[in-house]
Each structure stands twice: as C-alpha cells, then as structure tokens.
Design a protein around this ligand. Structure first.
Ligand code: F6P
Length: 364
C-alpha cells in the first residue's frame, strides 16, 4: 500500500481536476491512498489543510475547471514572506518543516502539478530527498520539455471564440479592436488564437513590433475595402526599443510581476497615428476559466495516469511529458531549464504570413 499526496501550484488551468481524477482512480485500482494538499504546499505546512481524496470525492471532476485543491502563485516554501511580531516582513525557508511533515505523515510520493515555478520548487524538494513526480500545467504552453501543457487548448478556444465575436462589432463600427491575451513571455496563445480567429495583426513577445508596420497594415486594409481590423497582442509583447508593460510593483511572495496594459497602449497609438476609431479589451482570466476542452481533458487524464505508473516503477524526480503521441518521463532538472518560445521559422508563423497576417515587423 502506498500513500500519495497531490498539490496544485501556480495559476490554475483547465484540466487540473482531470489530473486529480486520474491519479485518484489509478491509485484506487492499486489499493493506494491519495491525499490532497490545499493551496500548493499550504496543506503540507499546516497539516490541517490536508484532505483524503476518495473515488466519491472526485466523481465527475474531470470535466470541471479550476482545482478542487485550490492553488497559489505566491509563497515559495524556500523563501516565504512571514510577518514577525514587530510587523516586519521576513523571508523564511519552511521547506524543512514541509519535508518533515511529509515524512511524519508517511507519504511515499508527492505529485506536484504546476508550471515552471512550481516544478522548480518540486525539483528542489526532490534534491532534499522527497520522492516527487511533476505534472506540467500552464495555459501559456511555455514548458520546453513537453510538446503540450493542458489548459492551453482551452485558453486558445476561449480566445478564438472571443475573436469570432469581435469581428461583427468591429465591422459594424468600422473599428479596430485590440485584444490583449495572456501568455507571459511566450506568444503561443496569441499566435494560435490570432491565426484561427482571423486577426489582421498578431503581436508576439518573440517579435518586438514596429507601430508604423501595424498602422500600415490597417490602412492597407482600408485601401482594399476592409474598414475594420482585429489586432491580437500578447501581454508580454513590446514595441521595438521599448519594454514589457506590467502592473507596477510585484505582489509579496510572488516571483514575477503581473503583466498587462500593452493592449491599451497599442490602441492609443493606432488612434493617434491614423485617427481610426479603436477600442481595446483584455481577455484576462476568462482564458483560465471554464471546462477543459476534450484535448485538455484527455491530456490531463493521461498525465495523471502516467504519473502513477512512474511511482509504481520507482522512477522519482521526473516530470511526465507529451512527446509526439507518447507519455515520457523527463528529469525535473531538465524540465525546468528553459521556457518554450514560438519558433519563428515554424509553419504556423509561415502560415500566418501567407494568409496576410502582420506581425508588426517592417518586412510583413
Ligand atoms: O501563467 C499563467 C498566467 O495566466 C499568465 O498567462 C498570466 O500572466 C498570469 O498567469 C496571471 O497571473 P494572475 O492570475 O496572478 O493574475
């Protein structure tokens, strides 16, 4: 009999519950017990936040968004901000306490479901001696070690549906609609939704853009009788020579700043430069919400089941990954080394250019 604990860390992504479902069922078949740690490592830190997960608890959750365990993108156990008696914030390392709770509770393995930040933490626990298996999640699809992360397909579907709807209103008012999508430093959501949703312009973090090129595309549209345009801009995109726009000071206990504002910046530039009626909108967390698509559900269920097979074979310190059509283990040490960027030579980028989409570069 084995005793497994699961946690979900970082921003939520549709498919987290499907992983939990698959882990609970795969463990049940083997006669193993599964527990969930609330809000990332909080459960393991304060033991009252650990819950036993049974087949009954997870009934039907494979089809639901969010995570039944809760998640957080603040509070790395290796550097946790804590308020002392004088009201000052001190950074403390609570990883030893988590590891000793893990051992005291008699857990055999921790399945850590997360993006690059959470997987980095999982790797550090693995180096401290905790048997860990990582499961990759993020709507940003920016983990190099796996062909896909779950959550991405759902986010792209949501963004594409939004673009489909914006065409009719943009056309009715002869307007430019600038749509800001998520993705941090990688332009996957912008690229996939922009191509599929009929964007005229896609601005990616991987291609610093030129506003002259963007405006030229919109005025060329006018010459061809198209009086509206859809511009998709990734939150991490920036103008050539400029910088990524964020929401100011970072949040306490959070490694990265919250991005946002580039959509409105681009809209203002278009309005000022070519005097065209322009509106911007931020799709924001809509992209993280809702039920996982069939693709994400299936991928998440496969990741969950593959994670349990890895535990059975005693192959710890690994992350499950999708390679082609197969589930493969990748050492956590390799999985966290680099972020996956859009390949500018890929056929998707070529396709976009062939069908007339502008990336805001002078050669478009
Ligand atoms: O990493 C997933 C993600 O949704 C990014 O695309 C986005 O920049 C960030 O999380 C938003 O984080 P929060 O939910 O804390 O605003």
């Amino acid at each position: 009999m084995k005793k497994i604990i699961i946690s979900t860390g970082g921003g939520d992504a549709p498919g987290l519950n499907a992983v939990i479902y698959a882990v609970v069922h795969s463990c049940y078949r083997r006669g193993w017990e599964v527990y969930g740690s609330r809000s990332g490592y909080k459960g393991l830190l304060d033991l009252d936040e650990i819950r036993h997960l049974t087949i009954e608890n997870v009934e039907g959750i494979y089809a639901t968004g969010g995570t039944i365990l809760g998640s957080t993108n603040k509070g790395n156990p290796f550097s946790t901000p804590v308020e002392n008696l004088a009201g000052e914030i001190q950074i403390v390392d609570v990883s030893d306490r988590i590891l000793s709770n893990f051992n005291r509770m008699g857990f055999d393995c921790h399945i850590a479901i997360g993006g690059d930040g959470s997987l980095d933490i999982a790797h550090r626990f693995s180096l401290k001696g905790m048997p860990v298996i990582g499961v990759p999640k993020t709507i940003d699809n920016d983990l190099e070690a796996t062909d896909r992360t779950f959550g991405f397909d759902t986010a792209v579907s949501t963004a594409t549906e939004a673009l489909d709807k914006l065409h009719s209103t943009a056309k009715s008012h002869d307007r430019v609609m600038v749509v800001e999508v998520m993705g941090r430093d990688s332009g996957w959501i912008a690229l996939y939704s922009g191509i599929s949703g009929g964007a005229d312009v896609i601005l990616l973090p991987e291609i610093p853009f030129d506003m002259d090129a963007v405006c030229k595309k919109i005025t060329n549209n006018e010459l061809h009788g198209k009086h509206y345009a859809i511009v998709v801009v990734a939150e991490g995109a920036s103008v050539k020579g400029g910088h990524v726009i964020d929401k100011g000071e970072g949040e306490l206990g959070r490694a990265e700043k919250v991005l946002g504002g580039i959509g409105e910046w681009v809209a203002t530039e278009i309005r000022t430069r070519i005097n065209k009626d322009t509106r911007s909108l931020v799709l924001g967390h809509l992209q993280r919400g809702g039920s996982p698509t069939t693709f994400d559900r299936l991928l998440a269920l496969r990741f969950g089941a593959a994670a349990v097979r890895l535990i059975e074979s005693g192959n710890f310190g690994q992350m499950v990954a999708l390679s082609g059509s197969c589930m493969v283990p990748v050492p956590l040490s390799e999985a966290i080394t680099s972020r996956k960027k859009v390949n500018l030579q890929s056929d998707k980028v070529l396709t976009a250019r062939e069908i007339g989409i502008c990336f805001g570069s002078p050669e478009d």
